[in-house]
Design a protein around this ligand. Structure first.
Ligand code: F6P
Length: 257
C-alpha cells in the first residue's frame, strides 16, 4: 500500500484503540463475517503480532477455541519458536465446541505448527459444580490447571451471544434469559450486554476475565461487522493492555457508533 493508505490505517487503528479504551488495535482489510469473508487476514495479522510481541524465552500460552483461533493456529510456523520455548494450553476447560475448534485442539495445533509443547485439559462440557469440583484434585487435571493459572500469554476470540449460545446447545430457556438480559457478546464463557455487564457466566474452569490484567500479553482476535457490537461490549470488561486484532468490517461498525 502507498504511504497515505498506511498512515490512514495507522490513524484508524489509533482511533479504534482509543474508542475501545485499549492499548493496541490491528485492523486488516475486509469483513470476515461477510458471505465472501475470510478469517485468513485476521490469522496472518495475529501471526505477525505474536512474532513481534511474544516475549523471548519461556512462555505458557493459553488459547481459546473457535473458528478464528483455529485459523490462527493453521498459519503459525516454527519461526515463532525461534529463541522461545512455548507451551500451549487451553485457556478454559469444556467449552462444548465441535472437536476441531475446541481450545484443546487449537492449542495442540499451535504447538504442532511451531514445534512446541502442549498440554490438554480433559474435562467435559455441561458438568454441574458438584461433579467437576472433585476433578480439580485429580493430579493430571490439577497440573494443567496450574499451568493455565500461571500462563503469561492469552489469545482468545469474541463471539455474538446468541450465536455462541446456540453453538453450545444451551437450553432454550437459558437462551430466553440471555435475550431478556440483552446479552450481545460472549468471551471466556461469559455473556455480557452492550455496556459490558456480565449477564451470565457458565461454570467452567481456567482463565477468568479478572485474571487477564496480570498477564504479560493478551491478544483478542475477532472481526466482522456482525461481531462489532460484541467486540465493543467485551472491551468494557477487557484489561486495557488487550491487543485487538480485527478487520474493517468490525472497525467501521465501532467507529461509526
Ligand atoms: O468457544 C470459544 C470461543 O473462543 C468463544 O469464547 C468465542 O465467543 C468464540 O469461540 C469465537 O468463535 P469464532 O471464532 O468461531 O467466531
Amino acid at each position: 500500500p502507498v504511504m497515505e493508505e498506511l498512515l490512514g490505517r495507522q490513524q484508524q487503528e489509533a482511533a479504534l484503540a482509543q474508542k475501545l479504551g485499549i492499548a493496541h488495535c490491528t485492523i486488516v482489510a475486509g469483513d470476515s463475517t461477510a458471505p465472501t469473508g475470510s478469517l485468513m487476514g485476521l490469522a496472518r495479522a495475529a501471526r505477525q503480532v505474536l512474532a513481534d510481541q511474544l516475549p523471548l524465552g519461556a512462555s505458557t500460552v493459553a488459547v481459546m477455541g473457535g473458528h478464528t483461533l483455529a485459523t490462527v493456529a493453521s498459519v503459525l510456523t516454527p519461526s515463532l519458536a525461534v529463541n522461545r520455548h512455548l507451551l500451549f494450553v487451553p485457556a478454559r476447560g469444556g467449552v462444548g465446541e465441535s472437536p476441531a475448534i475446541q481450545a484443546n485442539a487449537v492449542s495442540a495445533q499451535m504447538a504442532q505448527r511451531t514445534n512446541s509443547d502442549f498440554r490438554s485439559l480433559f474435562i467435559p462440557e455441561q458438568l454441574n459444580t458438584a461433579t467437576y469440583k472433585p476433578l480439580f484434585a485429580e493430579p493430571a487435571i490439577h497440573e494443567v490447571l496450574e499451568l493455565i493459572a500461571h500462563s503469561n500469554v492469552v489469545i482468545h476470540g469474541i463471539g455474538q451471544a446468541l450465536v455462541m449460545a446456540k453453538r453450545r446447545n444451551i437450553a432454550p430457556h437459558v437462551i430466553d434469559d440471555l435475550t431478556a438480559a440483552h446479552a450481545v457478546g460472549e468471551a471466556f464463557g461469559y455473556f455480557f450486554d452492550a455496556e459490558g455487564h456480565v449477564v451470565s457466566k457458565f461454570p467452567r474452569i481456567g482463565v477468568e476475565i479478572e485474571d487477564l490484567a496480570a498477564k504479560q500479553l493478551v491478544i483478542a482476535v475477532a472481526g466482522g461487522a456482525e461481531k462489532g457490537a460484541a467486540i465493543a461490549a467485551y472491551m468494557h470488561l477487557a484489561p486495557a493492555s488487550t491487543w485487538l486484532i480485527t478487520d474493517e468490517g468490525a472497525a467501521d461498525f465501532v467507529l461509526k457508533k
